[in-house]
Design a protein around this ligand. Sequence first.
Ligand SMILES: [Cu+2]
Length: 498
Amino acid sequence: MIRPSRRQLIIAGLGLGASATLAACSGDVPVTSRPTAPFGLPEPVPPSPGQSVVSARLTARPVTLDLGGRTVQTWAYGDSAPGATLRATAGDLLRVTLDNQLPADTTVHWHGVRLRPQADGVPGLTQDPVRVGKSFLYEFTVPDPGTYFFHPHVGTQLDRGLYAPLIIDDPAEPGDYDLEWVLVLDDWVDGTGTTPEEVLEQLVADGASGTDGTDHGTMAGMDHGSMSAGRSDTPWGTDTGDVDYPYYLINGRPPTDPPVLQGRAGQRVRLRVISAASDTIFTVALGGHRMTLTHTDGWPVRPVQTDAFYIGMGERYDATVTLGSGVFPLVARPQGGRTGGQGLAVVRTATGTLPPADVTPEELDGKVLTGSQLQPDDAGRLPNRGTDVTAALRLGGSMAPYVWTINGAPYGQNEALRVAPGQRLRLDATNMTMMPHPLHLHGHTFALPNGLRKDTLLMAPMESVALDLDADNPGDWMIHCHNIYHAEAGMMIDLRYT
Ligand SMILES: [Cu+2]
């Protein structure tokens, strides 16, 4: 399962040596443990005058899923992965009861939403874990329209089937499209002879033994032949992930049994593309079409046409397309030398045969955009003002030992970043490794140097970028890599208000 031919990562930070050696000597799993303060129940939130309330119930439970003829045991919200889409309008109050029917503690994190900290779903930081058989009420106002999703913030649970879209409609939305398709991308391993927890244990064990990853065999019986690893000129380097997944899914379906999206030629479609992947960067393209990117992470951008775009773990992109006549592959091609094929959905506006599972739309070799190349719409910019305080954010780590760090130490050993209410904080973020990392910020957005706001930014190997955030949401928050294995192996840090 772990990739057979991987090699060492570069440790560029001198400060890394200490913690890495520590973990190697102790032989401990370098997964961080958080203090367990008793948080009790969050204060109830009465709706403000005129505020609409959207209530929902979310049952996290073990399920059996059919991946195109192969059944897997996993955990999901409700009966399916992704779970049912939760939908509200900007300004609404959400009241979502999580019913934990899993055999493990869990929480829900509302990824990208600028919500009150009590609802952010980080056990030990914002709430107690929701115990087996218990429930928890998440109450929060959703201030910003956009494409979001939710998932647990416990261990590697995200890499099971525990995720679902959260769509926040814009009351001022011009609605200049006929159809809307929500597409959730995922890399899948759970129930194929291993679990995400075992994958992490294996990564840690391989790292501790100093060996390169070993191929633990069996690739789930799918053979897509030797698909090209993709372009050689991507910004992400050759080493983009740690796990060679047997399946890549779109809306829970494998490419041998893809979801079919029905439309009519000439219709305008809004695509809302969400990456629920744990360890995979995808290139997304729709054969026979150019897409116009309109939003990333919920924020509007100056519309730009492209053949394809990259999407990292936790990122979201909205695009519009005008449908042609025929049957078209929508492909999510994993970056790096993955063997498990690709994600596929089929767009159908006329009769015709389905594309093969390993179809390669020529758009994959065309213009491919990434988030940092987009220009913000003026409505989405942070107001112009100076920086009050600056902090470094250095991403480091290695495969052997399997320890990932921020500011020279894994989570629990690194020092929280601090900010006072009302300050503008500049994060001088540097990726000191040869892997890309999707950097995710809770409860806020960060603005790139061009003003574009995002909550999840894919940082290329050795990339540096200045990220500004306005400290307008007091509480205790996290900044972390959204590669779930990196996060669990330490690539997280707290952001605390003073
Ligand atoms: Cu990472």
